[in-house]
Structures are given as C-alpha cells and as structure tokens.
Design a protein around this ligand. Structure first.
Ligand SMILES: *Cc1c(COP(=O)(O)O)cnc(C)c1O
Length: 487
C-alpha cells in the first residue's frame, strides 16, 4: 500500500521572530492556579507550535537522520497516549499489549528477513543508543563468561559485578573493535563501565576505506593478549557517509574470528537495517551486500524512529541470546513482577526499563497499513532522491561529492544509500555552507566534518521524500547558494 500524502509546510524551520515570540510567551513560573485545559491548549497551539521545526511534517528536512511519522503511525501513537498501557509484564489475560509488541517484532523480523526463532531476544527500546547499550551489556556478560569457561572457572558480570567477574576470569582489559563508530557506541561503553577508550578504530585507512575493517589489524588486536576480552561492533551504514562496514565475505570472516577469540559480534544498524528489504536489482547490489549475512551477528541495534518512520522515540534490539538477557536484565526477587504465562518474555526482564510506553503500536500500525510494498516503495523513493543529489554534486563545479570513492567509475551512484555527504569547492563558501543552506528555510541539512574539513550532509529519511516532490526545491537552493545569492 502506498503511504498517503499530506500537505508539506512551506518552511522547514520557524523564523527567528517566531522563535523569539515563543520564548517571550513561555511560562517560566509555576502558576499557583492553573490556566485550565482550554487556555493551556491555546497556549500550546498558538505560542509553542509555531516555533517548532517541521522535521517530521516536511519532506525537506534532511538534518541528522530523523525520519518522520506516517499517518498510520501518528494515529497509533495518539492511541498509545490515550490508552496509556504500561507494557512491562506479560499479562495475557489482562491486556493484549505484550502480544501486540511480540507480533510487531515478528513482522519486523519478517520484513528484514531475520528468523524470529533465531533472534529470540527481541524488544522495542527508546532508540539505537539504548539498543547499543543492550548489545554491549549482553556482550560484556558473554565475553567474560566465555573467557572464564576457557580457563575452567565460572564468572558472570550480572551477579558478581564487572570487577570481580573480570578478576575471576583472568581478564584485565575489554576492548570494542570497530570502524567509524557512531558517538553513541562510546557513550554506551562509558555507561557500562568499559570507558570511551575501550572503543578502538581498526578501519582500513591504508585503502582510503576507513569505514571498512582492516581485517589483519582486527585479528592482531584480537590476539593482543590472553587477558583481553573483545567485542566487535559493525557500523552498518556509517552515519556521515552512509557507507557499510562489511559485505557478505567479511561477515563470514568476522564470525570465525569472534568464535576463535571468544568475542561478541554486535551490529549498529540504526538506519542501515532497512537496506535488507531492497529488491534484487543491480542498482541495489552494493547496499544489499552491506547488510547481507547479518544473521551471523550476536546482536543488532536499530531505530524505528528513523527509517521506519514512527514518532519519537522507538528503537529496536535483536539478539540471539535470550539466556543472557534474562541473566543481565532480570528484576531479582520481585515475584509480583513475574508473568503468569511464559509464551512471551516479560519485557521488563529482558531490557533496560521496567515501566514502558506502548511504543510497539505505531510500528505495528505502520507494518499493517503499508506492508512490505509500502516500505520498499518509501525506501526506493528516498534512495532515488539521494542519488539524484549525488549526481548533481558530481556534475557541479561548485560542490564536491564525498568521500571521493563514492563516484569512482559509477554513474548509478550505487554506493549511495540515504545519505549524501559533500562540500563546497570554494573554502570560503564551505565554511558557511550549512548556515547559507539552512537560512533559506526551504531545506535543512546537517553540518559535519570529513577528513578534518567542514562538510555538509543530506539524510533522506522522511516517508514523504521523493524526486518528484523535492528535487526542484533542493536544486534551486543549491544553485542559489553556489551563485552567492542567498536565495
Ligand atoms: C542515530 C544513530 C544512533 C543513535 O540512535 P538514537 O536513536 O539517537 O539513540 C546510533 N547509531 C547510528 C549509526 C545512528 O545513525
């Protein structure tokens, strides 16, 4: 089913005066007598709403990777608020909520072609950051347990704590080996007591492919010392360039190395995961190779509030080790939280939160409303627009497509997924490029840096985006900014 179109706002950002007016109108002191529902509603719609950005409503907001919210997902999300279910314990005789979550997760697995029987630890989270924390927490438990077992002793972080478990297992160092990680991986490492410094880049810099693994460097790092335990994290669509860390052949090698050295294989596929739904066509072959054999991993982090286009916040976590989950996330000694029926694991015993929003419902609604075809169609439109922009950048004298490898001898831009990274050739323009584009308020892009120079990035992730709808406006802005007329 096609996703039904809605009206596009004319500007993706509020104007400076709309923001300053809203700031003036904000209540900053608690009223002793409230304004009442009617006046509060009026305040929100008249004073606050005009100063919010159109990141979800507009197909021309290309900052970060924000996604949007389809009409089906918005409907479901309002229902979530209205019914306010607390999806924590599986209580099948009292509410169908946990069964809806289980059904939605089964359909997500079906959509991205992962066997739900194999991926037995499945959960909706608050986002890919939380999913990365879940992945590293399971990984930490697994690698210490494995190291201990290999020395003939028993150790586990979940009951003994990190320090005692490491000592018992004879481990004095934990490293996370990856390439161009998203910042949230370092944050997850910090939260879990592993530290930012445990995240090590083993990218293929020599080959100008820093997003790919240098497999020799990786193996050397794994061999480092018998007292080091390792987690391998795969950047499955790198956030700046949209490039994939692995292809089918690497995954087999990574799995073998992980087994040999007792490591855990985690995939950060926040927005990359959906590339698995692409049809078999030559123009998608490279992307499909980037997400093939993900079933060899131990855990996968993904986002639903990005390419799945449900409202914030919603992430996805998949792992093949339910036994570890119930060790790490169990609420110990709380019999009143146990479920009557074990057919669906109670979410509070396999994830971070205890009380949880019914964030499964918008995902469920999206999958039911639009089906596989709707998702494929949405993604093909997004990739089509990204590649149209890439072709323009390549042909332009004013802009340069980055990284340069994305255009070598390839006129179909087959390595472009939903992200287009570029810079202005003129360094003065490049220094102010993001601001110049965004002050038009017609489109919005993110600033970043690439090889220590400022760079600019389109991320096409809204369900409404398409060449037909958006290309003319994008071209006009880019032409005007290049010509020095500030549109
Ligand atoms: C967005 C993103 C994250 C973090 O996701 P949140 O939903 O913001 O928590 C992690 N990894 C990658 C690759 C991302 O793109």
């Amino acid at each position: 089913m096609e996703v039904e179109a809605t009206a596009t706002p004319s500007h993706v950002l509020p104007s400076a005066s709309q923001i300053s007016e809203a700031l003036l109108g904000l209540h900053r002191e608690l009223p002793s007598t409230g304004l009442g529902l009617h006046a509060a509603k009026q305040h929100l719609t008249q004073d606050v709403a005009p100063a919010l950005n159109a990141n979800s409503q507009s197909s021309r907001y290309y900052g970060f990777v924000t996604g949007g919210a389809t009409p089906a997902a918005v409907f479901a999300d309002n229902m979530v608020t209205e019914y306010d279910q607390n999806v924590q314990v599986h209580l099948p005789n009292e509410t169908v909520a946990t069964d809806v979550e289980a059904a939605a997760l089964d359909m997500v697995c079906d959509l991205v072609d992962l066997n739900p029987k194999q991926w037995n630890h499945r959960l909706f989270t608050t986002g890919a950051t939380a999913s990365n924390i879940l992945g590293l927490a399971c990984a930490r438990e697994h690698i210490i347990k494995t190291a201990a077992a290999r020395s003939g002793v028993i150790a586990d972080v979940s009951s003994q704590g990190l320090f005692a478990a490491m000592q018992a297992a004879g481990i004095n160092n934990i490293q996370i080996l990856t390439t161009m990680p998203h910042s949230s991986l370092r944050k997850a490492a910090s939260v879990l007591g592993l530290g930012h410094a445990s995240v090590k880049d083993v990218g293929n810099h020599a080959d100008l492919s820093p997003h790919r693994f240098d497999l020799e460097a990786l193996e050397l790092a794994l061999q480092k010392s018998p007292n080091t335990a390792s987690i391998i994290s795969i950047s499955c669509s790198e956030v700046n360039s949209g490039l994939f860390a692995t292809d089918a052949d690497d995954m087999l090698v990574l799995r073998k190395l992980a087994d040999q050295y007792g490591a855990w294989l985690h995939v950060d596929a926040a927005f990359g995961l959906l590339a698995r739904i692409l049809p078999t066509k030559p123009e998608y072959e490279l992307l499909k190779r980037g997400v093939s054999d993900l079933d060899l991993a131990d855990s996968i982090a993904a986002d639903a509030h990005k390419l799945f286009n449900v409202p914030y916040d919603c992430g996805i976590f998949l792992s093949r080790h339910l036994d570890l989950a119930t060790a790490v996330f169990q609420n110990p000694g709380a019999p009143y939280l146990s479920s009557a029926d074990g057919s669906v694991p109670s979410p509070l015993n396999i994830g971070i939160e205890n009380s949880r929003r019914f964030r499964a419902l918008p995902v469920y609604a999206n999958l039911v409303a639009y089906g596989r075809e709707g998702f494929v169609n949405m993604l093909e439109r997004q990739i089509g627009l990204a590649r149209k922009i890439a072709a323009y950048m390549h042909a332009s004298d004013a802009y340069q497509l980055l990284p340069p490898s994305t255009q070598q001898g390839d006129h179909t831009y087959s390595s472009i997924f939903i992200i287009v990274l570029f810079k202005a050739v003129n360094p003065d323009l490049n220094a102010t490029l993001v601001r110049k584009i965004n002050t038009t308020r017609k489109i919005y892009v993110s600033g970043t840096s690439w090889q220590s120079e400022p760079a600019c990035r389109f991320a096409i992730s809204n369900w409404q985006s398409s060449v037909e709808k958006d290309w003319d406006v994008i071209k006009e802005v880019l032409d005007d900014v290049a010509a020095g007329s500030d549109a």
